[in-house]
Ligand binder design. Structure first.
Ligand code: COI
Length: 340
């Protein structure tokens, strides 16, 4: 394994260790070439590459799980690949073939099979697509060359501190990203969230920023946001302003099947503050899984406790039910897992 850190795997920050091999394919002369599996290492791109100047880049994040019998299963790969293709279309990048991306993922998992951690770890899979056309004038012209890479990283908890309840800063003015681009999983959206996140972390020691432009509760820099009560979830209705999380979708589907009330609609910061007096709040995402929020911090530093400040029982129930499917200890009735 290639460590970009000196920490041991279990204590290494999320994503800081990679398996030895990656898959790589190039798009040139109007077609995708054959993918190659090779050692992870630097690649050569032109300094005028489109992605470096005009941000033509998108990526995905999903996980492979090692079950108790040693077999390895990827969670909702098709859905993630479909989202990558959707992001590519939005960025006018060459769209890779879904079956080709799946084969690249399978090859990388296969080469790194020994490094797939057992529960509670997983192998985080990171397909990455970016424009490589060398032309610094091409601000309004799509790239005609591109590169697709699949990396893999053995991971454990995303948030340092494990199951510790999160501290979340409520940003009531700024958007996370350009409004119609929230739905696109592009690096620029994470770059846009970084400044506010670093500032809030410095000022208030928070884990994430919840973007609520004009009081409209949307999502955090790296995860979706859910309000939870017994047999009831409230989360923002899907539109182009934020990322359509696959974990969010999975949790809502499971809870709906249990007969829970699922409310997907626009809601305000005021409504959220009323909810958390005795309700729960959590972040959902491939990396975050479902991480309970303990405290909300408003501009000026006012701290609002969520419920009694610990990870709530309903959050715990949802998280364990999802993890049980992923780790093969409860049946995969939705056909979400694919053995690789
Ligand atoms: C994911 O949950 O897969 C993400 O893309 C979040 C990333 C910031 C690690």
């Amino acid at each position: 394994m290639r460590a970009m850190t000196r920490a041991t795997p279990q204590t290494a920050p999320f994503g800081s260790i990679l398996t030895d091999d990656m898959a790589i394919a190039w798009y040139r002369n109007g077609r995708w070439g054959r993918a190659e599996v090779r050692a992870v290492g630097p690649i050569e791109i032109h300094p005028a590459a489109h992605a470096l100047h005009y941000g033509s880049e998108c990526f995905e994040g999903f996980k492979a799980y090692r079950w108790a019998d040693g077999s390895v299963h990827v969670f909702r790969m098709d859905r993630h690949i479909e989202r990558l293709r959707q992001s590519a279309r939005s960025l006018v990048l060459p769209e890779p073939d879904a079956a080709e991306v799946a084969a690249m993922v399978a090859a990388v998992v296969d080469r790194g099979r020994a490094a797939v951690p057992a529960a509670p770890g997983a192998l985080y899979l990171r397909p990455l697509l970016f424009g490589t056309m060398a032309n610094i004038g091409a601000a309004s012209t799509p790239t005609d060359e591109a590169c697709l890479i699949v990396l893999a990283s053995p991971v454990w908890d995303y948030f340092a501190g494990g199951a510790k309840p999160l501290r979340i800063y409520v940003e009531e003015q700024a958007t996370r990203s350009a409004s119609r681009f929230g739905i696109v999983k592009t690096g620029g959206n994470y770059a846009a969230a970084l400044g506010p996140t670093v500032a809030a972390r410095r000022a208030h020691d928070v884990d994430q920023v919840l973007f609520c432009p004009g009081g409209d509760v949307q999502e955090t820099g790296a995860a979706n946001f859910l309000l939870i009560r017994p047999r009831h979830i409230l989360t923002r209705s899907l539109d182009a302003t934020f990322l359509h999380g696959v974990t969010r979708d999975s949790l809502l589907r499971m809870a709906a099947d249990w007969g829970w009330r699922i409310e997907e609609r626009i809601f305000s910061v005021d409504e959220m503050l009323a909810w958390v007096r005795d309700g729960e709040a959590a972040l959902s995402g491939t990396a975050a899984v479902l991480s309970g929020v303990g405290t909300l911090i408003r501009e000026g530093g006012e701290e609002i406790r969520v419920g009694n400040g610990v990870v709530g029982p309903e959050t715990e129930k949802l998280r364990s039910a999802l993890v049980a499917i992923q780790q093969g200890t409860s049946p995969d009735r939705y056909g979400w897992l694919q053995r690789v």
